[in-house]
Design a protein around this ligand. Structure first.
Ligand SMILES: [Zn+2]
Length: 219
């Protein structure tokens, strides 16, 4: 059983790594966002409630979130494990997640943290450039990922642009929120002996290899 939670600051490469693990171990990717979107399509009282909350940009009530998550995690495709994305986000949700797992007779599994220094993340954020034609992502602050000419795509000669939310101010806000909310989570899982801290200041391949070693060890 491989129940996996990834914890990582914004821009740490969490999405990339979870996709690699999901493919490799054939695990479903579970996110509360996906669960809500799926539910909101249904013509039921609950579906209509969620559709309304989503369209208003609000938050779905905790009890409903927990019920839907419990239902999703009890599905057949989760019996060998899953990668849980965006949950738990804070310590209250972590306690609740414990209850859900107990109810489902499942184990916590692995909590994998990608650890990256703040200044490395800042360089990634401010250096990220995307080709407007083919979507290739570059980083002008990284020797490995920078384009030959700063504003031109190596592959198609398209113009490179910077995303609006790739700026230090919005990044710092997200980062501070992450630190504030997840620090207690990390302490909590460390105490349970299931927290694996992986150096995320490395190549995608090397990080994936290290995660793989953690998961193999626990098989
Ligand atoms: Zn291009």
């Amino acid at each position: 059983m491989k129940n996996i939670i990834f914890i990582a600051p914004p821009a740490a490469g969490k999405g990339t790594q979870s996709a690699i693990i999901e493919n490799k171990y054939n695990l479903p990717h579970i996110s509360t966002g996906d669960i809500f979107r799926e539910e909101s399509k249904k013509d039921t009282e609950l579906g209509r409630y969620i559709a309304e909350v989503l369209s208003n940009g609000g938050l779905v009530k905790d009890e409903i979130t927990y019920d839907l998550l419990t239902k999703r995690l009890s599905c057949e495709d989760c019996k060998n494990g899953y990668v849980l994305d965006g949950f738990p986000r804070n310590i209250e949700q972590a306690y609740k997640y414990d209850e859900i797992l107990k109810k489902l007779h499942q184990e916590l599994g692995y909590v994998i943290m990608l650890d990256i220094p703040l200044d490395t993340l800042e360089k990634r954020i401010t250096g990220r450039r995307i080709c407007k034609d083919c979507g290739t992502v570059y980083n002008i602050n990284s020797n490995l990922e920078k384009p030959t000419v700063e504003s031109i795509c190596d592959k198609c000669n398209g113009r490179l642009y910077q995303r609006n939310d790739d700026n230090i101010t919005s990044f710092k806000q997200r980062y501070n929120l992450y630190i504030e909310k997840t620090k207690p989570l990390l302490d909590y899982y460390k105490e349970k002996g299931i927290l694996y801290v992986i150096n995320g200041d490395d190549t995608v391949t090397n990080i994936a290899k290290k995660i793989d070693e953690v998961l193999k060890e626990g098989m």
